[in-house]
Write a protein that binds this ligand. Structure first.
Ligand code: GLV
Ligand code: MN
Ligand code: MN
Length: 421
């Protein structure tokens, strides 16, 4: 029997309560940290998989530990499918919304579609990816890459801080790396991938709008680099004779910041993780391992900045008697979102009586990997003060409910288009 449609406020309250429950699943008591293939990741799969099954979805785990929840087409359908979702891994000391919103909003949307008795002529699969952030292993977007058949085998050899390789971690999780190819979804069957995500920036708030449609996702390069000098006694090695890897890094870090500032307005360059080795207060650092993350709205300014950073790092290292080596982990070009799906999202937002604006994304998302093979689009939800990758990340639950309703209405449009095919 068809039940009364829930209001956006009700949908938002339900979404928020599920997000609150998911945020309790963490590897670090007192804060939200849920990295790929960790014990908390396993528990989050149990929790979210249980929510999916309770709503009539069939669930499974693919070879890279992406949780998939499927609703079959009503009336058999023509074998086509709409993909929804986002990621359930988090950064260290995360908020509750980044990634998780896209998974939870999709679950609430399918629940509501069932309550309203709406029939869909295509299957819908919700994908809860486990490795979007690339925090434990330097392999961001690896799980969505597997879904597109573009997984890079060399990721299997990368190691976490405890020396465990990604292949070993997958096996310990019950996944078989030899079967990663089977995680690829046939593009011929896919109508599109829709990802709801918080904006993680301030523009929607500035415009006074709860929702926005994403036009493109900024390209990103993520690297590791190592500076090698000479460890020595902090009390005896004279200042003039030191080959201190950490002070070399400090000078390089300032060059990275300067190059970031000198580029186009959307160029950003970040060193976010540093290991100083051997890591003793009375030892001159002999080795430093650091990360580098460079992004821009277009590819050319990012590539120019990378060249400049390498050149400066090599110059500074040479001047200080150090060696520097770079290792590129990820290089994803700027990706445009699908025009037709953007329009479908925009019409859904408009039908809610809201103004629609379009905006590019500076953050990376699973949609950038999915767009390699499938039409992909994203709906952004206003973030309070633009804060993200921070426990203060917050969106008004009413905005979350509006996003769920917009997702439902987008699916209804796709259903109409599918019936008209
Ligand atoms: C993901 O949050 C990223 O953009 O790094
Ligand atoms: Mn993130
Ligand atoms: Mn995210």
């Amino acid at each position: 029997m068809t039940e009364t449609a829930r209001t956006p406020a009700e949908l938002g309250a339900l979404t928020q309560s599920l997000l609150d429950d998911l945020a309790l699943v963490t590897d670090e008591p007192g804060r939200v940290t849920r990295t790929y293939l960790s014990p908390a990741h396993a528990r989050s799969i149990d929790l979210v998989g249980g929510w999916m099954r309770a709503r009539g979805l069939t669930t499974g785990l693919d070879a890279v530990a992406t949780l998939r929840g499927r609703r079959d087409a009503d009336g058999g359908g023509a074998g086509r499918i709409v993909l929804l979702g986002s990621h359930i891994d988090t950064v260290v000391d995360a908020g509750k919304l980044d990634g998780c919103l896209g998974v939870v909003a999709s679950i609430v949307a399918l629940e509501e579609i069932a309550r309203r008795g709406v029939r869909l002529p295509f299957a819908v699969e919700i994908l809860a990816f486990g490795d979007e952030e690339g925090v434990r292993f330097p392999s961001p977007l690896s799980s969505s890459s597997a879904a597109t058949g573009t997984y890079r085998r060399e990721w299997l050899d990368v190691r976490d801080r405890d020396g465990i390789s990604l292949a070993e971690a997958l096996r310990a999780f019950g996944c078989d790396p030899a079967r990663i190819g089977e995680a690829a979804i046939d593009p011929a069957r896919v109508i599109g991938f829709l990802e709801v995500h918080i904006e993680q920036g301030p523009r929607l708030e500035d415009w006074g709008l709860p929702l926005g449609v994403v036009t493109s996702i900024a390209g990103q390069t993520r690297m590791g680099f190592t500076l090698e000098g000479m460890a020595g006694h902090a009390g005896t090695v004279p200042m003039g004779l030191r080959r201190d890897a950490f002070t070399g890094l400090a000078e390089i870090a300032l060059a990275v910041e300067r190059i970031g500032r000198e580029g186009t307005s959307d160029l950003v360059a970040t060193i976010g993780r540093v290991a100083v080795l051997p890591g003793a207060g009375n030892t001159v650092p002999g080795r430093v391992e650091a990360s580098l993350d460079v992004r821009a709205g277009a590819d050319a300014p990012r590539l120019v900045a990378l060249d400049r950073i390498r050149h400066q790092a090599e110059r500074i290292a040479k001047k200080r008697g150090l060696t520097v080596a770079f290792e590129r982990h990820v290089d994803v070009p700027t990706v445009a979102m699908d025009d037709g799906l953007q329009d479908a999202f925009a019409r859904a937002v408009l039908s809610l009586g809201l103004d629609t604006r379009r905006l590019p994304s500076g953050a990376g998302h699973d949609a950038m990997a999915m767009a390699r093979r499938f039409p992909a689009a994203m709906l952004f939800v206003r973030s309070k003060d633009g804060i993200s990758h921070n426990p203060r990340e917050w969106s008004d639950p009413l905005d979350l409910g509006l996003a769920v309703e917009a997702l439902i209405r987008t699916l209804l449009q796709l259903a109409e288009q599918e019936r008209a095919r």
